[in-house]
Design a binder for this molecule. Structure first.
Ligand SMILES: NC(=O)c1ccc[n+]([C@@H]2O[C@H](COP(=O)([O-])OP(=O)(O)OC[C@H]3O[C@@H](n4cnc5c(N)ncnc54)[C@H](OP(=O)(O)O)[C@@H]3O)[C@@H](O)[C@H]2O)c1
Length: 328
């Protein structure tokens, strides 16, 4: 099918706009899009003379009114797997298609990162490495009850990230319970998928370690709260890799203080970067990482965005489109 009438192939590259309130996107993507200059041209809002010519946006945490100047925008492409900041943007045109990055390698990276944290907590590596740093040869035993088979791991979300995480953790011998909204068509060996409105709570109730890779939606905001922690086995571990707004920070403090939650790994925060004075920097039971659980390359993003935009302008739905009503 040909590109729509307003932008025939002879019209030159498809016009796009970078939209972000928090990142200077050209610093990340300009070089990656350079070899694709014959197909798309991406510029910052102040560089665009004719906003009506803009057909797509490359976006991350756009300002509330960011989309307003572009009446002919067809597609808003997230620079990442998550689209929460795009679908929540009040000026996003109702008819615009929203797309995410779908990169299998990103899922593999996420799986490796999650497995690393599972092993870290399961084998008490924080204490072992502290001993080693102090020059102490302390053999910290590995009691039989800590056999992987006796440590069920919960995974919240069973999409691109959650499925890869669940598969990798199950391959180490941990029984895995995963939560999804709908019933997935296929599952993974060693993984029990629970679905429906109560799936998150049911998975948490079984999980000695709970890994969150849910998307941020109106249903999942604040999902990691006191009620969920109370359902988990006493002394459980939280591995939070989804979005900062999933976690009620004060509820985690209380659960850590009572011993209901023994330790946590947190990669994503309500405020990023985590402010220098934040109490968690000094909390030894929390392992902080700066939102790097998994990522994709600018070159991958650029190639997928160009394909996505061309697909949309040819009148087809791209494979990486999200459901705006679901919010992911
Ligand atoms: N920290 C990082 O570096 C990093 C990197 C990449 C991604 N992420 C985060 O990970 C999230 C997930 O990415 P993804 O690629 O796996 O997304 P995805 O492919 O869209 O999968 C989302 C999964 O969550 C499930 N889900 C959604 N709402 C639910 C609910 N209320 N109850 C139970 N299950 C629910 C979905 O179930 P159905 O399919 O049945 O609807 C699906 O299994 C992203 O949105 C992003 O926030 C973080």
């Amino acid at each position: 099918m040909a590109r729509d009438a307003e932008q025939s192939p002879s019209a030159g590259p498809i016009e796009g706009v970078y939209l972000s309130e928090t990142l200077h996107l050209p610093a990340f993507f300009q070089a990656a899009f350079a070899p694709l200059a014959a197909r798309v041209r991406l510029r910052l809002p102040h560089e665009i003379e004719d906003p009506a010519s803009v057909r797509f946006a490359l976006a991350w945490q756009p300002a509330a009114d960011a989309f307003r100047p572009y009446p002919n925008l067809k597609v808003a492409c997230s620079i990442a797997a998550g689209v929460d900041s795009l679908v929540a943007c009040p000026s996003l045109p109702p008819q615009a298609i929203v797309t995410r990055v779908r990169d299998d390698n990103q899922a593999h990276l996420m799986a490796g990162f999650a497995v690393w944290h599972v092993v870290w907590h399961h084998r008490n590596m924080g204490a072992i490495l502290a001993d080693v740093a102090a020059g102490q040869w302390n053999w910290r035993g590995h009691p039989l009850h800590l056999a992987p088979a006796n440590c069920p791991v919960g995974v919240l979300g069973f999409g691109l990230m959650g499925r890869a995480v669940a598969r990798a953790v199950a391959a180490l011998g941990f029984p895995v319970f995963a939560a999804s909204r709908g019933r997935p068509e296929t599952t993974e060996p060693g993984v029990t998928v629970l679905s429906g409105a109560d799936a998150i709570r049911q998975v948490a109730a079984r999980a000695t370690m709970l890994i969150n890779v849910l998307p941020l939606t109106s249903e999942t905001r604040n999902v990691l709260d006191a009620d969920l922690f109370a359902r988990m086995p006493r002394g459980a571990v939280l591995i939070q890799l989804g979005r900062g707004d999933h976690l009620v920070e004060a509820d985690l403090d209380v659960a850590l203080a009572s011993g209901q939650i023994a330790a946590a790994s947190i990669d994503v925060f309500r405020q990023e970067p985590l402010p220098p004075g934040h109490r968690w920097w000094r909390e030894p039971r929390i392992l902080i990482t700066p939102h790097l659980a998994s990522d994709t390359s600018p070159e991958f993003v650029a190639a997928q965005v160009v394909e996505t935009v061309e697909t949309v302008l040819a009148g087809r739905m791209p494979f990486n489109a999200v459901s705006r009503s679901n919010g992911y």
